[in-house]
Ligand binder design. Structure first.
Ligand SMILES: CC(C)(COP(=O)(O)OP(=O)(O)OC[C@H]1O[C@@H](n2cnc3c(N)ncnc32)[C@H](O)[C@@H]1OP(=O)(O)O)[C@@H](O)C(=O)NCCC(=O)NCCS
Length: 142
């Protein structure tokens, strides 16, 4: 299995995201080819792909924000296809993100995960992420 930074959005990449994103959220719109190309061409978000035998098994987004308190990095949208879970794919995606961030000399990586995501919370804790006490807020504009 290999992990790489996505550079070109092919039809098979688009189809993989159409399969993976509903396994992450049932309420969001599926990304279009234009959406994925905008991400790939952006300066601050990287899409990492886990692939084996030309099959895309999972993805992770790594988001870099430059703000007055420094460079912030967030892991977002981690998902592994149901058929490929429990084989270390998620772990390899996170490790790749950690190595990439380390190579940029950034020392902290942030993420959030709902407590009902049991596998994800276990995965993050196993790889050294420590739970922080903070309040996460969202305003939904009707
Ligand atoms: C979370 C997710 C990405 C894990 O991917 P995965 O490839 O199955 O995980 P791995 O096989 O790499 O497992 C790594 C570690 O995670 C934990 N883990 C994985 N699946 C688990 C499960 N079903 N129950 C408990 N812990 C689990 C274990 O600690 C495991 O290490 P171990 O195998 O040595 O015990 C995957 O379950 C998924 O896509 N879930 C749905 C989407 C989601 O919740 N994304 C996270 C959003 S915050």
């Amino acid at each position: 299995m290999k992990i790489y930074k996505l550079i070109t959005v092919t039809e098979s990449v688009l189809n993989a995201f159409k399969k993976l994103i509903p396994q992450l959220s049932s309420s969001c719109d599926l990304p279009t080819k234009d959406d994925l190309e905008a991400i790939v061409n952006s300066n601050n978000t990287l899409l990492f792909i886990a692939e084996e035998h030309n099959d895309i098994l999972g993805t992770l987004s790594l988001v870099f924000n430059k703000i007055p308190t420094g460079d912030k990095v967030w892991i977002e949208d981690v998902v592994v296809d149901k058929a490929a879970r429990g084989k270390g794919v998620g772990k390899k995606l996170i490790q790749f993100a950690i190595e990439y961030t380390t190579s940029k000399n950034i020392k902290k990586i942030n993420l959030t995960s709902s407590p009902d995501r049991i596998a994800a919370n276990k995965l993050y804790q196993k790889l050294g992420f420590i739970k922080r006490e903070t309040n996460v807020y969202r305003l939904t504009i009707e």
